[in-house]
Write a new protein. Sequence first.
Length: 153
Amino acid sequence: MADVGMPHDDEIIFRTRKWVRPEDLNANGTLFGGSLLRWIDEEAAIYAIIQLGSESVVTKYMSEINFVDSARQGDIVEMGLLATDFGRTSLTMRAEVRNLFTRQQILVIEKIVFVHLGADGRPAPHGYSTITYERNRIPARHLEKLSGEPAQR
């Protein structure tokens, strides 16, 4: 029996949706690229926090950004991310955005790299090498709030 709800290793899951509102538009009446990139960077940061179990992550690199279509006011766009590589201090992912209604691809970013930082603000090992589909890598300060006990890694 197949694992229901579990993606294949190379499958992007579209988990986040945004409604395109007037303040998200450019002078042409289509989705402003800067708004979309802000949404992607925020979603990628959240994804990195969950995958690495730490809020101490920063965007290091985004590869070429390929806008292949746009969206208009009232459209709903879906964003999907997939971890493609775990480095010693980094997490690399792929991003894709599409229109919920038409399923037309809007944008692809083949490589987004986040780096885990230590207390000194420098790259630090994060200790993970595989993707998680569970919510078991909650940052330590949140685990302590939930359990009342110091988190263990």
